[in-house]
Design a protein around this ligand. Structure first.
Ligand code: DC
Length: 229
């Protein structure tokens, strides 16, 4: 069996990870794994089951949850225990609470198990906060994606606005700053650049430029590996 390729992308919220990862997955015919969607799914379930704020209940939920992700026509659909919660996991309430859930070590252990299992199915593009450092430290390509805070706020606000979700620019700003702080400052699997990750700043580039540059990077890296192996 030929070796499966893994492209790992980490970075803060609205840094451009999903845009790049989805495009690459479609173009290369790889599986797309949105690990943030998994932490969002647990958060949604915790809120729904009055478990938010009760760590033991959240851990129990994480151990028993059946999360399925599907990716078709550029859209990730999320199912928990058979019910679709694709829209629900992107709500401002889940945004505000997800970092509290994802800092729980036992929840992360369960999610990482599922993520590694998915990677056995084929070539993969995975994005999140700990993909390059913890989940797939031996990934073929590692990218640390970033963008200036103001640009990220603008992007996230636009997304909410386009979906008709009522939220102010200031609320988006507060949420992003808070999540960045929690996601980078937590004890378990914090967001940080892996030593061997390429830094990719998307602040002043268009989506097309972002994609072109990543494709160059991947082609160079994969060709180089093919020559040296
Ligand atoms: O990528 P996202 O914004 O949808 O992720 C939502 C939250 O999930 C993020 O604020 C932190 C958490 N997360 C994580 O802790 N580890 C990951 N690999 C992916 C996301």
């Amino acid at each position: 069996m030929s070796k499966k390729i893994i492209i790992a992308i980490d970075g803060p919220a609205a840094s451009g990870k999903s845009t790049a990862a989805k495009y690459l997955a479609q173009k290369q015919g790889y599986i797309y794994l949105d690990t943030g969607a998994m932490y969002r799914a647990i958060t949604y379930m915790a809120i729904k089951n009055d478990a938010f704020g009760h760590e033991d209940k959240v851990i129990e939920l994480a151990k028993n949850i059946d999360i399925k992700l599907s990716f078709e026509d550029g859209v990730t659909r999320v199912f928990v225990n058979g019910d679709e919660i694709t829209e629900e996991i992107r709500s401002p309430e889940v945004n505000a609470k997800v970092s509290e859930i994802s800092k729980i070590a036992e929840v992360r252990v369960e999610m990482v198990k599922i993520q590694r299992k998915i990677s056995q199915k084929g070539n993969l593009v995975a994005e999140g906060r700990d993909i390059t450092t913890v989940v797939f430290p031996n990934a073929d390509i590692k990218i640390f994606m970033t963008a200036e805070l103001e640009e990220r706020i603008k992007r996230r606000f636009k997304e909410f606005y386009e979906k008709g979700i009522k939220i102010t620019y200031e609320e988006v700003r507060e949420n992003l700053i808070k999540r960045d702080k929690l996601d980078s400052g937590r004890e378990v699997s914090p967001l940080k650049k892996a030593e061997d990750a390429f830094i990719f700043d998307t602040t002043n580039i268009t989506v097309e430029e972002e994609i072109d540059r990543i494709l160059d990077l991947i082609n160079n890296k994969l060709n180089h590996n093919a020559i040296t192996n």
